[in-house]
Design a protein around this ligand. Structure first.
Ligand code: F6P
Length: 543
């Protein structure tokens, strides 16, 4: 359907030539030379402003990048996304996370069926269940009201809900505590089981496939723990629900059909928090706020589908990222939310971005000769300033950064928020302007000569700033949707399938081969000498 090699477009060739012309230019000069630059290089919606003026780009750059998008058929690909075309070509599936936040009146047809009614049917089931919990009517095996929710899942069945619940702490329903178990490392399971009451705990087993080793191991261990604590297997059905596409496997585990919240193959794991996988969100912050999250995402969906490329925020985010990766050669991008509650947002975007676009085969399975996803990483501000900002300011590689900030604090205390935001604005200004030797001398006339070079900052580090009015459910929904669509645009232009993840299979399969070898004390020689050596030393150490 879509298979343009971007490097063979005229736009790509023009961008290569254009890059050679402007690569040495100063971002700072662009802003001093043109005071309308901020207006010309920022886009906004009612509660969000995206400022991309602190990148080394000119209007010509934007025109050429937009032309690249057009020559790669982006407009058609966006329409294909919303209409349920088979964009996940290797698994022959649609990618319809946008349908999950649709309105009742919308219509999206998959295999001849309008899927909107069943999406809203599932949302209604989630709403009823959430209300029952919050009204104290969800009773455990011993008749006590449930007040603790434990989500057991990993990857897309953990990171999205975890990030949303943590980001929206002020909206959490009083009296309900929510925990997330993901790693197969027993320390996380033990820690949480050690602090909850089995009589008032509900476990949510979140797994699209219901085969993921970490999730099933944690779920079975939690099941054993509950049965031992409450003395009967009958208790399982009062303290476990599941969210999966695999109803049979769930019932085998021991969850009854009415405790299964379903979703569908055309929902990718890392795009699934809007589906039943988001049950923990609704239970934690209430269904009205979950609906606000969906509404925010829907507003950004409308923006992404309707705005022309030049004024389309996710499109511009993606094009700037491609300018950074494929023309400037930057290998990573940092996500820096100036909000402690959003500390999990970089981690969430790691899966969204790198599991979607960390690939070197195009949609036809042909090897790709150009760069694709950068390494995505980050930390909340201001903490990152005391960790890796030394490298961002004075290191040997330039790192494009997304700074994300909120005008209103969710936790107003003294002048804390003003200090947070002063740092927020100062960092992008400093990264752009740097500090010249002359300024160092002017600021510190008595500075010792040998110290001067250390106090010079080259500047010219490209940054985007996303400034939102407040960290509300609706605005968070819009922000997440914005990054989902950025990720999609990157893949669309890189000509890759952003919706499969074959790269996670090898490790899983090898682990399944090694696991039985660890169940005994025999010396191992079935692998390479390093792996044999490591496993045998492990067996020695664990004695
Ligand atoms: O990391 C591989 C992966 O398949 C992710 O894509 C997915 O979100 C995660 O594992 C969990 O999968 P499941 O929801 O099927 O347990």
């Amino acid at each position: 359907m879509f298979s343009t090699n971007p490097t063979q477009t005229t736009a790509w060739k023009n961008l290569l030539a254009h890059y050679e012309l402007i690569k040495e230019e100063s971002i700072a000069n662009r802003l001093t030379d043109n005071c309308s630059r901020f207006e010309n290089f920022s886009l906004s919606t009612e509660e969000l402003l995206f400022d991309f003026s602190k990148n080394n780009i000119s209007s010509k750059t934007v025109d050429l990048l937009t032309e690249l998008a057009k020559q790669c058929g982006l407009v058609g690909q966006i329409e294909a996304l919303y209409s349920g075309a088979i964009l996940n070509t290797s698994e022959k599936r649609s990618a319809l996370h946008t349908a999950l936040r649709s309105s009742h009146s919308d219509e999206v047809v998959v295999d001849g069926e309008n899927i909107i009614p069943k999406i809203h049917q599932e949302l209604h089931k989630i709403k009823k269940f959430s209300n029952k919990l919050h009204e104290g009517d969800l009773l455990g095996f011993t008749g006590k009201p449930i007040d603790t929710v434990v989500n057991i899942g990993v990857g897309g069945s953990d990171l999205g809900p975890l990030m949303v619940v943590e980001s929206l702490k002020p909206y959490q329903v009083k009296g309900i505590s929510t925990h997330f178990i993901s790693n197969v490392d027993g320390s996380l399971l033990s820690e949480i089981l050690g602090e909850i009451n089995p009589e008032t705990t509900l476990f949510l087993v979140a797994s699209k496939t219901f085969t993921t080793q970490e999730t099933m191991t944690n779920a079975f261990s939690a099941r054993v723990w509950l049965i031992n604590a409450l003395g009967s297997e009958v208790a399982v059905n009062r303290h476990f629900v599941a969210m999966s596409t695999q109803k049979d496997k769930v019932m085998e585990f021991g969850v009854s059909e009415d405790n299964i919240f379903t979703f569908w193959d055309w929902v990718g794991g890392r795009y699934s928090l809007w589906s039943s996988i988001g049950l923990s969100i609704s239970l934690s912050i209430g269904h009205d706020n979950f609906s606000q999250l969906l509404a925010g995402a829907k507003e950004m969906d409308v923006h992404f589908r309707s705005q022309k490329l030049e004024t389309n925020i996710p499109v511009m985010m993606a094009l700037i990222s491609i300018w950074n990766v494929n023309f400037n050669g930057y290998g990573t991008e940092a996500i820096l939310p100036y909000s402690h509650d959003m500390q999990y947002f970089p981690m969430y975007l790691q899966q969204l971005g790198m599991e979607s676009n960390g690939k070197t085969l195009d949609r036809n399975g042909k090897s790709i000769a150009y760069a694709t996803s950068p390494v995505i990483w980050g930390e909340c501000g201001t903490n990152g300033q005391h960790s890796f900002y030394q490298l961002i300011h004075q290191g040997s590689q330039k790192i494009p950064c997304d700074f994300i900030g909120f005008a209103q604090s969710q936790h107003p205390v003294g002048d804390h928020h003003e200090k947070l935001m002063a740092n927020f604005f100062a960092q992008t200004e400093g990264l752009m302007n740097g500090k010249t030797e002359a300024l160092v001398r002017q600021e510190s006339p008595l500075v010792s000569e040998d110290l001067v070079p250390f106090k010079v900052f080259k500047g010219g580090v490209p940054t985007n700033t996303i400034l939102m009015k407040e960290l509300s459910p609706k605005n968070l929904g819009a922000l997440i949707s914005m990054y989902e669509h950025k990720t999609f645009v990157q893949g669309a232009i890189w000509n890759i399938n952003s919706f499969d993840q074959w790269g996670v299979e090898l490790g899983k399969n090898l682990a399944n081969t090694i696991l039985p070898e660890l169940k005994n004390e025999h010396e191992i020689s079935s692998h390479d000498c390093s792996t044999n050596g490591l496993i045998n030393q492990y067996k020695e150490f664990r004695k």
